[in-house]
Design a protein around this ligand. Sequence first.
Ligand SMILES: [Zn+2]
Length: 219
Amino acid sequence: MEKLISGIERFRNSSFEDRKKLFAELANGQSPEVLFITCSDSRIDPNLLTHTEPGDLFIIRNAGNIVPPHTRTAGGVTASIEFAVAALGVEHIVVCGHSDCGAMKGALNTGALTDLPHVHDWLDNTRAAVESVRARSGDDSGDTLSQVTEENVVLQLHHLRTHPAVLSKLATGNVELHGWVYDIEHGTIKAFDEESGQFVPAEERYAEFMNKQSAAKSA
Ligand SMILES: [Zn+2]
């Protein structure tokens, strides 16, 4: 805790001072372009890994970067998605899983979760990903954890489409969905390519966009 307390002062004296203009702009409102849904894991820093600033990302975090399918029961994830999409008008939604995810390990071994009944029940939202990977591989051979991590991201993208606020914006082309997996050790992102149904390096998935950016810069 000491690290946090001394950090508050250091933030006030350095990072905040450096961004005074930005924080003055943000003081009375936000208009983030992206809803970023990721795991609660302490090793993920969404702003750091996307090189973005406060105000850029509206963030939902939970164990396993899960989006429960829409129901009429109000939940924190559902309400936050609705607010981001319908009120803030985010243009992109990123579901970002990551390497070495404890939630995915738990989903692969639910028998070990008897003392964590809420975690056990929460991870039922990813059971379809686990079962689909198992059905495809026939056993637990290969890198099941990374396969389930990727499949879970794809599953949560499906769940997102069950949310009325998301589906209506998809219908009018006002929101775009992205599935990512972040590799903690290498600092890389793989992104889901809908055409091939595979995760590919983000540089490849967004090559067209990146070329446009660099052309604009050199123009
Ligand atoms: Zn995780």
